[in-house]
Design a protein around this ligand. Sequence first.
Ligand SMILES: C[S@@+](CC[C@H](N)C(=O)[O-])C[C@H]1O[C@@H](n2cnc3c(N)ncnc32)[C@H](O)[C@@H]1O
Length: 720
Amino acid sequence: MGRRARNKQGMPPSLEEFQKKPAKKETKRKAVPEEKPVKKTAKRAKKAVEEEEYEDPKDLPEVDLEELSAAKKSLFDDDEEEDLQGFEQLDDDEDDDLQDEFVDSDEEDRERPMFSDDDSDDMDAINAANMEEYSKKLDEEALQEQQDAEDELLEESMKNPRAKVLPTEQEEEEMKTGGSDLTMVRTRMLEVVKVLEDFKNLAEEGRSRTEYMDRLISDICEYFGYTPFLAEKLFNLFSPSEAIEFFEANEIHRPVSIRTNTLMTRRRELAQTLVNKGVNLQPIGTWTKVGLQIFDSQVPIGATPEYLAGHYILQAASSFLPVMALDPQENERVLDMAAAPGGKTTYISALMKNTGCVFANDANKARTKSLIANIHRLGCTNTVVCNYDAREFPKVIGGFDRVLLDAPCSGTGVIAKDQNVKVNRTEKDFIQIPHLQKQLLLSAIDSVDSHSATGGVIVYSTCSVAVDENEAVVDYALRKRPNVKLVDTGLAIGKPAFTSYRGKHFNQKLSLARRYYPHAYNVDGFFVAKFQKIAASPHDVSKAGAKEKELAADAEAAEESLIHNDFAEFDDEADTEIMKESIKRSLKKKGVNPNSVDIDKKLRKSNRQNGTKIRFQTFLKVLEQRLTSSDKHVFHHLVAIVSRKSSFSRKSAQKSVFRKLYNARLVNTSNRRLEHDFRDSDPLNVDMDLVLLMLVFWVEIAWTSQKPMDQRVAPVVLSL
Ligand SMILES: C[S@@+](CC[C@H](N)C(=O)[O-])C[C@H]1O[C@@H](n2cnc3c(N)ncnc32)[C@H](O)[C@@H]1O
């Protein structure tokens, strides 16, 4: 069997199949409780993990180490081919493994805020966690009691279907002043979820769905410590009950895993050596031949002679996935665009058996040190390290067989590792980071040789679960580069990515990309998409560097409704100029020479007649305050249409749309003349579609601001 074929994964079992599998035989070494952690509270699930993961050695029966070694050895006796066969026919136990045995590590070295690996940090964390877990074990009974009490309370409240789950105004006040009892908050969250799932039967009369949702988001913020912005963003990805599972999973550390460096050793040899040193481990599910899950260890796992000799690397299981999807072949030329600290580069190098050439690039020079260190330690000799802004590619060098873009991201998939994400991420991050990701992905695509005999592949991955950083980025790339198509990742696990999300529709092929969630697979949240480049494009020979791309992307982004940080850049002067232009046009249309008229005077008169002092800037401020991001999206959509339909610059188009909205806002039934002006002063003579879109926009504002806008909108409709 050829290498490529051997590397191909079997068809993924469905999620249902995964979930229906009977529980795996319990072993004392199992780190994750048999029950899915998501069925427990954050604390309780964590407790269960602690109990099993850090079982007090004193409580264990005496074990003959030789026997243990022999038993462990048998775990790795299957040769690689058998592993593969098993992989193609996932059995029940293995499926269950998949849920339990994914691990984190290398992502810790991701640069903050980009989330990075650092093996030694990882180990410190593990050892510290062990001690903490041991001491927490003493609290077990108390915690269990508390849990039982909570469950009882919940059960009781559920008996009364129309129980008053939401706090009264007075209770709200008390909560504000006296703080909340977290147990109560948690119980209420679960109750609200139940109500939301059967709103018709369980909701209190007179209470709206929004009230329940708002309460739930507030409680999530309070209980788990998220900002309302991020809580809502993440909440929207799931059903209410699954959202709680996700938030709870973020309170639990993923298990620790290592990847065998096949340039140096084989997995079963490594496992045997480590077991002999007192490391308690098990292979990660059948989907990987190189991963080992570590349950506990009598030696520091990041400082064993084998570690120092490069026989393994601490690496999150989810980090294997993009490289497996990339499927690098021997003797190829591969680019790892954002490579530091090298968890994925070294895996690529190993899969290529140190043949061909891997360009490992990272924009952060400091981080290339750890990249170089890992490359050396793991004995990768086919690797060139470089330090460019990856948007410089393919100007630096192009024509690669494969490119991996493990993009810098917001890290919403690895909150369990970095709790700061809960409070640090802002709306701006979810505009700026995707903006960079899009530019990087286009560069990745342009750096691949579409005529590659073996490859022509691009893999895009992030450790974020946000749609803006995943589906939206991939969809953008598909639109901008019709010479690529999405293909199957070949990965055995993962949920299909979204093809539509909250009113946005993406390329249908996005269902081929994969999403990973901590609560679903006990791995870091991750996203993997695989492209095949089917033809060359003019961009492939582009000599544009990062700066040029940034400028081009800014312009494109405005068209794509992405950037609105220049939202309030209009000034009175510009405002006046536009109005003057409009008056001149109007005069011309009437056959009057504009030069024969005092335009300033006419403008003043017009302003007086309009009785308005609202200027663009004021209007922008109002918009900023009142628009949700989806409203802004509509606005930018309008701008994009106007600039496409005209030769106007983006700025002029923005002004024009504002002019429309501005004027439309003044129209009312008693002012027919203004209606007329509104149409006459239209500098673009925009078509009906645009006006209708504007109305949609206005209706959205009305909806958002909860104020009736019909009075303003209706006459515009009438005037069409
Ligand atoms: C998610 S981490 C990469 C982790 C790495 N692939 C691994 O597996 O070890 C993202 C990396 O992107 C790098 N980065 C950020 N902006 C970049 C850019 N414009 N060009 C290249 N690298 C960039 C960061 O320095 C960071 O190391």
